[in-house]
Design a protein around this ligand. Structure first.
Ligand code: 0PR
Length: 378
């Protein structure tokens, strides 16, 4: 830092310069995030100083957080779910496993494992490291859903949790949550559903999937307003069916306005709670459904354009994620050539494929332009 500050105009031009270096979302097809809705940005700015780490000072913001948890719980089959707004899917996943780990440790278990699909997000690798639980990866079936038999084979008397994914990061696939829920019920194991991406998509698809608290065996869900919920970053939600699991996370906070805290982080953005509250109230289920329907229309348009060039999807898209198959070495070449044309795309691990996420900033003209460039490249 310099000894003397700069004038405002200089700062503004520095900021402009940096902003120019960032990419606009327009040609980004690799991101699960998008522009926040205008009303979310408005609310975020209005509550910039609000800190949910000390909610007694910001009771209005706290009311909005509680209302978000109620609205999102209701969307996911249980308006009486218990939880809080996290910084996103990573924190939510960590805290769910943290809660069940604490419960089992109190009950005297020392070695523990959890079972996640091979497609699980890398936040579960962080969990293995931070929480010292073994993370076992279950094999997939041919549709890239977790194989229920593989999950069952991995379960032993040290298994404290099974994880299913409702909207996998790489393929947008939905695991057979109903089958996982019946295993969880039968064996009395905690089932966590990672719906960080899918939570704001699946309820609005034409096809109906059972994946939420309406299934008795589902004990917890992660869902992220900062992905398909059109909110600002950072906004995640962690939801438990039973309050007692949230209490496993409580730490006493003697000198604050509240007696205890359950979040992983201390100081916590009230701005993104306000943003989420505002955008969910503004759009309602109808507005969210419209957004998802348009993403799905463009997803189908993209897939049929690709098929017209002889390129097949790895799976018929279930959600707004498209993965296109190429011979192995060809994927890298295609993805590099597209990047040279200004697109941002990604490549999946296994099977290797070109991955495109059709988030709300992806408009019809963008899909048409992309298909033209894809045609040129292949
Ligand atoms: N669970 C699932 C199923 C996810 O897809 C993700 C993130 C997480 C958990 C973790 O969420 P947070 O990153 O909010 O903690 N999936 C995206 C991914 O890793 C996140 C992302 C978004 C990455 C935008 C890049 C990007 O530009 O691909």
């Amino acid at each position: 830092m310099e000894e003397r500050g700069m004038i405002r105009e200089e700062i503004e031009s520095l900021l402009q310069e940096k902003k120019q270096k960032d990419l606009a979302y327009g040609k980004i097809l690799s991101s699960m995030c998008t522009y926040p809705h205008e009303i979310a940005a408005y609310a975020h700015k209005m509550f910039l100083e609000s800190n949910l780490g000390d909610p007694g000072l910001f009771p209005g913001t706290k009311e909005m957080e509680d209302e978000v948890i109620r609205m999102v719980g209701a969307l996911l089959g249980n308006e009486n779910a218990f939880g809080y707004m996290s910084t996103g899917g990573t924190e939510s996943n960590i805290q769910v496993i943290h809660a069940i780990r604490n419960r089992k440790r109190r009950e005297g278990l020392s070695e523990m494992n959890i079972i996640v699909p091979e497609t699980a997000h890398f936040s579960f690798d962080k969990i293995a490291d931070i929480l010292s639980v073994e993370v076992r990866k279950a094999a997939l079936d041919e549709d890239l859903k977790v194989g229920v038999n593989s999950v069952e084979e991995l379960i032993d008397d040290k298994t404290i949790c099974v994880v299913g994914i409702a909207g996998t990061t790489e393929f947008g696939q939905i695991d057979p949550i109903k089958e996982l829920a019946s295993i969880a019920n039968e064996k009395n194991i905690f089932l966590h559903v990672d719906a960080a991406f899918g939570g704001f998509v699946i309820p609005f698809l034409d096809e109906k999937y059972e994946f939420d608290f309406s299934l008795e065996g589902v004990s917890a869900i992660s869902i992220d307003p900062h992905k398909m919920g059109m909110s600002t970053i950072p906004a995640g939600c962690i939801l438990f069916r039973e309050e007692s699991y949230l209490e496993e996370l409580a730490v006493p906070t003697p000198y604050l306005t509240t007696k205890e805290q359950c979040s992983l982080i201390g100081t916590r953005s009230g701005a993104s709670a306000a943003a989420t509250y505002a955008v969910l109230k503004y759009l309602g289920r109808e507005g969210l459904k419209e957004i998802v329907s348009e993403c799905m229309r463009l997803t189908r348009m993209l897939v049929s354009g690709a098929k017209g060039m002889g390129i097949s999807p790895v799976i018929e898209p279930v959600m707004n994620v498209v993965t296109l198959s190429f011979p192995d070495a060809e994927v890298e070449r295609v993805s590099n050539a597209l990047e040279d044309k200004g697109w941002r795309v990604s490549v999946t691990r296994v099977p290797k494929a070109l991955r495109l996420v059709i988030t709300p900033h992806v408009k019809e003209e963008i899909v048409k332009m992309f298909l033209e460039d894809l045609g040129g490249v292949v």
